[in-house]
Design a protein around this ligand. Structure first.
Ligand SMILES: N[C@@H](CCC(=O)N[C@@H](CS)C(=O)NCC(=O)O)C(=O)O
Length: 202
């Protein structure tokens, strides 16, 4: 089993943090996104969409999509649970994971892809849309600050995959000047807590 990885990209980091929380180690295959290694035929045979990360099982099965990879490891090693513990809890974790992905992570990466020189010439950039994404991401940080005024973690009392997705979005946002504002005390308290966990170094 091996994980096709990129040290600089936020989606692979979500999986590395998830694995670190579970104490799982496995071989990482470093892919160079800058040199478009993930867009060459050998990798496209594993994931025709070219995205990282990809988990390759010993029987050759390739699993793409970060949350799908995390779900595989939640099934094979349930402790500690990161995707919820009961029917209600699992649904709430899924709700928050989806919300953070769709309402924050998507805008953070959308801003980067449409405004940063790294993507110039790689994809058709629409800078105006990048600004829309930057403003949307900043607005979502204010929303998340309000949500975190009433509970310790994004999905409730326990650290979950929703916290991992939010942490990776916020850290990746820095390069696009998407940051926690000084008045967002609840969000900062949460950020300090989750980023001081050893897994955050993954
Ligand atoms: N929906 C996928 C997104 C995969 C993705 O777009 N990964 C980015 C890195 S964060 C990537 O591979 N970018 C380089 C490229 O698309 O060429 C997931 O959840 O894993």
């Amino acid at each position: 089993m091996r994980l096709y990885d990129s040290a600089m990209a936020p989606n692979p980091r979500r999986v590395r943090i998830f694995l670190a929380e579970k104490g799982i180690t496995l071989p990482l295959v470093a892919m160079d996104i800058g040199k478009a290694e993930n867009r060459q035929p050998p990798f496209l045979a594993k994931n025709p969409l070219g995205g990282l990360p990809v988990l390759e099982l010993d029987d050759g099965t390739c699993i793409a999509e970060s949350v799908a990879i995390c779900r595989y490891f939640e099934e094979t090693q349930p402790q500690p649970p990161l995707l919820g513990t009961s029917a209600t809890d699992r649904a709430l974790v899924e709700m928050w994971q989806r919300r953070i992905e769709l309402e924050l992570f998507r805008f953070v990466t959308g801003c980067f892809q449409n405004t940063h020189k790294f993507f110039a010439g790689r994809i058709p950039q629409v800078p105006e849309y990048g600004e829309v994404c930057r403003n949307a991401a900043r607005a979502r940080l204010a929303w998340l600050d309000g949500e975190l005024s009433s509970r310790p973690f994004v999905a409730g009392e326990r650290y979950t995959i929703a916290d991992i997705t939010a942490l990776c979005a916020i850290d990746f946002g820095r390069v696009s000047d998407i940051r926690i504002a000084p008045e967002q005390k609840h969000l900062q308290r949460w950020y300090d807590a989750v980023s001081s966990r050893p897994s955050a170094k993954a």
